[in-house]
Write a protein that binds this ligand. Structure first.
Ligand code: FAD
Length: 318
């Protein structure tokens, strides 16, 4: 499938990678960076003339930085999934999302940088990293810049990279709260399939149980992964109860702009968006010590919406 490739570079430093990319770019033809290749190879783009392989760069790491984390771009999904450090951070939503990214073989190859740079609306790591207020560091010949993840995606398979190299993902320390909790939810045909809808949430509550901050991010319900900021605002200051959760789920769904495709209709995605946001916030509440009443409500809603629809069964147990 790469029958027109005339040059394959394997740099060992970021500077070399940028030089190789720029030199090839000036020489002409089309080319790309390649990391695990799990998106690029499947896309079967026969017009590529050169590739710059990133797998020998020193960009595979997970480091603690000022209460947050810095994750190198070529860190593989499998490494994230097994990272003890990240499992102990934000209820482990980053490793949990990584663990649902395809099969073990895909996770042994696919990287965090490739997942974000490929910019699929359904990419698994974007919602948890968006909810965590993550940023990416982009290196180009002119220097490095940091871009917040909510400004990184530009459309389906489009980002602000513009030929730059994503070198690092930065996750800051979450805001303080008397109690804080996080949750990641994914609905796919099977749990390891591409998401039909996904949602990540985080909340901080004070001693009275009032929400002091809220984060909600959604995947596969818009041309890019998105933050549901109006739903977040709606929660702040309210006591975290079933009514608040339902109102936030309704608002998040109103902000979604899903399409119909081979995996699901837009209508189904909207219905599942409401369910997953409610489920994520319900899990946050439980983890923060506030059990919401009637925990079976969400599961009942799913069963009502999908009678006999085997193709749309949730990856998690209903
Ligand atoms: C069978 C299968 C199942 C999958 N299931 C899932 C799933 O459930 N969830 C999910 O989210 N994804 C899934 N994927 C997609 C894919 O595995 C992930 O998106 C993976 O993280 C991509 O990383 P990669 O290193 O393989 O990227 P590559 O394929 O190497 O690159 C992808 C794109 O990003 C660019 N790129 C890569 N790294 C950088 C960088 N550091 N800087 C700038 N540009 C860069 C490349 O030029 C290319 O355009 C699946 C793929 C397959 C084949």
């Amino acid at each position: 499938m790469f029958d027109r490739i005339r040059a394959f570079h394997r740099p060992t430093t970021v500077a070399q990678a940028l030089r190789a990319f720029d030199a090839e770019h000036r020489r002409g033809g089309r080319g790309r960076f390649v990391a695990g290749g799990t998106d690029l190879v499947v896309q079967r783009d026969r017009t590529l003339h050169w590739l710059v392989d990133l797998t020998c760069l020193p960009l595979s790491y997970v480091r603690r930085v000022r209460g947050g984390w810095s994750i190198g771009a070529t860190t593989r999904m499998g490494e994230l999934e097994r990272s003890k450090a990240l499992l102990g951070f934000a209820n482990g939503i980053v490793p949990e999302a990584a663990s649902t990214c395809g099969s073990q073989q895909i996770r042994n190859m696919g990287t965090i940088g490739g997942n974000l740079a490929n910019a699929s609306p359904a990419c698994d790591l974007a919602p948890p990293l968006l909810a965590l207020d993550g940023s990416v560091v982009i290196a180009a010949r002119g220097g490095r810049r940091t871009v917040r993840l909510d400004r990184f995606f530009r459309g389906v398979n489009r980002t602000v990279l513009g030929g730059g190299l994503l070198v690092e993902v930065v996750v800051p320390a979450p805001p303080k709260a008397a109690k804080a909790a996080w949750s990641w939810q994914k609905l796919g045909r099977l749990q390891s399939d591409i998401a039909v809808v996904s949602a990540a949430a985080g909340i901080g509550v004070d001693a009275r149980g009032a929400v002091t901050w809220a984060r909600i991010a959604l995947g596969a319900v818009a041309p890019t992964p998105i933050r549901a900021k109006r739903a977040e605002t709606l929660l702040v200051g309210r006591i975290l109860d079933r009514a608040a959760v339902d109102a936030a789920a309704e608002q998040a769904t109103a902000d979604a702009r899903p399409v119909s495709d081979v995996r699901a209709t837009a209508e189904y995605r909207r219905a599942m968006c409401r369910v997953l946001v409610a489920r994520a916030l319900g899990e946050c509440a439980a983890r923060a010590g506030r059990e919401l009443t009637s925990p079976g409500d969400v599961g009942r809603a799913v069963r009502t919406i999908t009678p006999g629809n085997e193709g749309h069964r949730a990856g998690r147990s209903l």
